[in-house]
Design a protein around this ligand. Sequence first.
Ligand code: GTP
Ligand code: MG
Length: 631
Amino acid sequence: MTASMSSPGVPAGLAPDQLALLGHPNSGKTALFNLLTGSRQKVANYAGVTVDRKEGVLLTPSGRRLRVLDLPGAYSLNALSADESVTRDVVTGKRAGEALPDLLVCVVNAANLQLGLRMVLETRAMRVPMVLALNMSDAARSAGIRIDRERLQAELGMPVVETVGIQKGGAAELLRFLDGWRPAAETKPQPWEPHGLEQVLQTQVEVQRIMRLAVTEPEGLLRRDDAIDRVVLHPLWGMLLLAATMFLMFQAVFSWAQVPMDAINGVVDGLGQWVSAHMAEGALRSLLVNGIIAGAGGVLVFLPQILILFFFILALEDSGYLPRAAFLLDRVMGTVGLSGRSFIPLLSSFACAVPGIMATRTITHWRERLVTIMIAPLMTCSARLPVYALLIAAFIPSKTVAGVFNLQGLVMFALYVGGIVSAMAVAWVLKLWRGKLAPTPLIMELPAYRWPSVRNLAVGLLERARIFLRRVGGIILSLTILLWFLSTYPAAPAGSAGPAIAYSLVGRIGSLLEVVFAPIGFTWQIAVALVPGMAAREVVVSSLGTVYALSATGDDTAAQLGPLIAQQWTLATALSLLVWFIFAPQCLSTLATVRRETGSSRLALVMTVYLFALAYAGSFITYRIALAMGA
Ligand SMILES: Nc1nc2c(ncn2[C@@H]2O[C@H](COP(=O)(O)OP(=O)(O)OP(=O)(O)O)[C@@H](O)[C@H]2O)c(=O)[nH]1
Ligand SMILES: [Mg+2]
């Protein structure tokens, strides 16, 4: 630490004081953390969003610098799952290389104080300086809950402040407190001991006592949520609602995206033509037109569809609906040996399998967690969306079926369902291996329903757009340029007939790979595109764009990829590739995450092999059936 990082009251050369945000899941710790540090960590309305410690720096109004830790939520320090252990280890000072926090900011949901008090009392026994943040004080107030702060302060023996994690300035009171707070010289933290049953019961009695003294709740609290839940959690209506929601999502991805996609397409095409018209023919023009514009530009077109998908995911995450869906599906998932606990990790995998696999840390049983990790890549991640969208737009006519449904949306929905059904089938097979487990009931907190905040949605979508554009401009662009080089050189010998790409390195590798992939109907161009697609799946689209643009003879203008493949592939090939991508076994970051989370390279290898085998078998069967039917 440099001297400039020291703060008033702290001798120069010492590290700034560190505070940790501790509290039950979904109490708004991360929302507060973002407010305090200006970070953009993920906030959502269900338990178990944060699964790792996150660090930030806070500058108080008077210019004091503090390190802030955001921690996974936990109901108690008796950790059961991997994410809770992270919290316990940080708070009890057991985490390697990390000092005990100087101050614990206990964040509780003021509208449900009882839920958070147990851990407050449990932690208080360690005699670390603490402050209680009554977060969601806005919700508590509008529900008519009155909290006697003086009394609470006296009973708990710690300062109490009110906060609103989702409002600008909502942490003002906490900030004022932190400004004035100085670590006491004489604190002597007690080592933490796991509580036995006796102590847990005692704590519970104490919680009740404090609640009676300090909190007045109006009669008939939560009536609104209960009324909604009667429909949402109903075995029949609830299921119908869930199916309808999912269905609407995929219809929207196709129906709403058309206009912005056409616009982007127009710009990308126009740019290609302009460059072709204004540049002399040569390698540079080919790199720009066939490599960058046809490749990376071709992926950019899918931005609207990705944003629509995320609009739905973000709105659902913020509404409080997801844990209900998990609850609904608990029984169904039980038949394949999983439980509702796997629902949120699997749902996160629709965005990307990496955070999905991380989210399995909330699953207590190792085998249940492992099965969830193993099937997470079968959930269609958003990087596969461009591949699906490209093929569907090229091969499936955009017509209305049964009066209301867009056929393209239906096929997309079917592909997602295909992934889910395969995942369940794999889980069922793994159940045989897992043996019989004593069923553990799903105990899950149902958060209050909340309208998704427009600001959260906007920030979330912007963040997604940024991530996507960074991918397009970064890894996708680099791989496309690399592929252009490998597809252009070595150049064709003078006087040779046919496209030059056949003589290039890619052309040669392609003809080797073709042997492996011909039985499932893939052309050599597809086989080649699959290789860089392991680093980022969208690259399959950009690679196809580049390879096909270079395969075209005569016409130098980059034709649009969609119509081009519609002309060159049979429907059987397209279907086979779509099915391949349900399983899409190759994603290096997923495999790296599996290795890290399971601590085993062998498991990552098992995943690769089983997904590859499924993909090959699925595509083979699809291709053969489609051929037999004359596609
Ligand atoms: N009304 C209201 N909502 C809040 C407040 N603070 C947070 N929220 C919402 O509460 C939900 C949970 O917030 P998070 O910050 O993700 O909660 P967390 O404690 O970090 O949750 P975990 O990481 O799962 O432990 C989100 O939907 C937030 O938008 C608040 O003060 N008032
Ligand atoms: Mg959090």
